[in-house]
Design a protein around this ligand. Structure first.
Ligand SMILES: *[C@@H]1O[C@H](CO)[C@@H](O)[C@H](O)[C@H]1NC(C)=O
Ligand SMILES: *[C@@H]1O[C@H](CO)[C@@H](O)[C@H](O)[C@H]1NC(C)=O
Ligand SMILES: *[C@@H]1O[C@H](CO)[C@@H](O)[C@H](O)[C@H]1NC(C)=O
Length: 463
């Protein structure tokens, strides 16, 4: 009994004074080395007989003051040790090295003490993102892909975009214990998505890595002709048309021609996307086509050019103050005539019954780019005026009578009626206008329907 008490009195301070210090958690990087420290301290003189590192109850390395260091697998591990410390070196971290490592110190007479370190192995992923070039279409396809390769733990991938798209994400387990996460961004590839930016956002180790991607949607050229101001007149110099086109790949070939296939007149010079007209003459009085080509195909736009005998502005200037009153009166008369004509037509008068009418027709556009115009053909001269549409009120006729272009009347199509006998007068005054709807039920037989919905005649007539 006495001996037991004395034993406990000796032992208890000893137990409290022994201490093993290890890191509770450590993180190593795949492919690199890591050292796990383990230190032993004792306030009293304590005999260390052995220090051992273990993983999953398997001995990795042992130190004994008496027998020295023993490492099971010298290729992968090493141990640096003394009676007060044993530092385990893991030379080349693998994903499988993750886990609990136990440092066990055996003392005499204290017995065994343990400390445990949890080692996690991470692997920084290699991140990348790129566009997948596609051809414009109406089926959803992947247009960009993003990858976070060989990471541990696996990354998360999302996308930021203003485009209406979707994305998926796939996690692949690699044999080395890492993960490769791939994601693709999908959308319906309209040409408007070309050169738009989407951002792949990779989340790893509580950090976000954004990678911007510029999409590439290939499409055949989108073409528009600009520069026609509806005021091309004989002898005008320096008129030009510009063919604005964009496409992917960038279009390089611009072909100017006439709609009827006849060669361009000598008076025009085509240089890439610009058509210069040195001096306007009758030969320019035609429909001009610009065809643009890239690797995906060709698209064309056309501009109907009306060559006037004289400039619109000149006519306005010539109309004096007094003449203005006369002009106004004439216009009122003509307007009335047109109204009456419509009334007659609505009264069931048939085409042939109006054969005495002998109008010439002439078309005005609104001066907008790529405006479509309709006009009647020579052979129609003997036929009655087709006053099928209602007259536009709304100050359009007055404004045109004053020879002002009404820019607000977009896509407007109307005929200008002139009478042979009154031509002189009207040329001063300006033509009287009569509107008719675009889809005229009395369309001439020789009118050609254009693919864009407009109608042009094969033969042009000037009054
Ligand atoms: C292992 O560690 C000991 C002590 O630090 C050192 O002398 C020895 O060279 C090391 N061995 C290897 C293979 O790294
Ligand atoms: C991939 O790894 C995860 C996590 O370790 C596991 O849950 C999953 O079953 C593994 N998948 C495959 C196909 O091995
Ligand atoms: C241009 O063509 C239009 C329509 O065919 C015609 O009315 C006009 O007189 C022509 N202009 C010239 C200057 O020949």
């Amino acid at each position: 009994m006495h001996r037991l008490w004395s034993f406990l009195l000796v032992l208890c301070p000893v137990l409290q004074a022994q201490q093993i210090t290890v890191n509770e958690k450590m993180t190593g990087t795949l492919g690199q080395q890591v050292t796990l420290p383990c230190t032993f301290t004792s306030s009293v003189d304590m005999q260390v007989t052995q220090i051992m590192w273990m993983k999953d109850s398997t001995n990795i390395a042992t130190y004994s003051p008496q027998f020295g260091i023993h490492v099971q697998n010298k290729n992968d591990f090493n141990l640096t040790a003394s009676p007060s410390s044993a530092t385990l070196l893991i030379k080349l971290l693998r994903a499988s090295d993750e886990g609990n490592y136990v440092c066990e110190v055996t003392t005499f007479p204290g017995g065994n003490r343990k400390g445990t370190t949890y080692l996690s192995v991470k692997a920084d992923p290699k991140n990348s993102a790129e566009a997948i070039p596609v051809v414009a279409g109406d089926i959803e396809v992947p247009v960009a892909k993003c990858a976070s390769a060989n990471g541990k733990p696996p990354s998360q991938i999302t996308w930021r975009s203003t485009l209406p798209g979707n994305f998926d994400m796939t996690v692949n387990n690699n044999t080395d214990g890492t993960y490769t996460v791939v994601s693709s961004f999908k959308l319906i590839p309209t040409w408007t998505a070309d050169k738009q930016e989407v951002i792949c956002v990779i989340s790893y180790d509580s950090k976000e890595t954004p990678i911007p991607v510029t999409l590439s949607v290939q499409y055949s050229p989108i073409v528009a002709i600009e520069g026609y101001d509806n005021n091309w007149y004989l002898k005008r110099t320096g008129a030009s048309l510009t063919c604005n086109a964009h496409g992917n790949p960038q279009p390089t070939v611009y072909t100017w021609k006439t709609a009827d296939g006849s060669p361009l007149p000598n008076s025009v010079k085509a240089k890439n996307n610009v058509l210069y007209v040195e001096e306007v003459d009758e030969r320019v009085n035609t429909t001009i086509v610009c065809e643009v080509t890239n690797a995906l195909g060709s698209r064309a736009s056309q501009q109907e050019v009306l060559v006037r005998e004289r400039a619109l502005e000149t006519q306005t200037n010539n109309a004096g103050a007094i003449a203005g009153g006369v002009i106004g009166g004439v216009l009122v008369v003509l307007l009335l005539a047109a109204v009456i004509f419509i009334v007659i037509r609505r009264g069931g008068v048939h085409k042939k019954e109006r054969a005495s009418y002998n109008p010439k027709t002439r078309i005005f556009g609104s001066g907008k780019p790529s405006q479509e115009f309709t006009y009647q053909d020579d052979s129609e001269m003997g036929k009655p005026l087709k006053a099928s549409g209602p007259l536009r009120d709304s100050g359009l006729s007055p404004s045109l009578a004053e020879e002002e272009e009404d820019e607000s009347e977009e896509r407007m199509k109307y005929d200008v009626l002139e009478d042979d006998d009154e031509e002189e007068k009207f040329n001063e005054v300006g033509p009287m206008l009569q509107l008719r709807p675009h889809h005229d039920p009395y369309l001439d037989d020789d009118m050609e329907s254009q693919t864009d919905g407009s109608i042009i005649s094969r033969t042009a007539v000037y009054v």
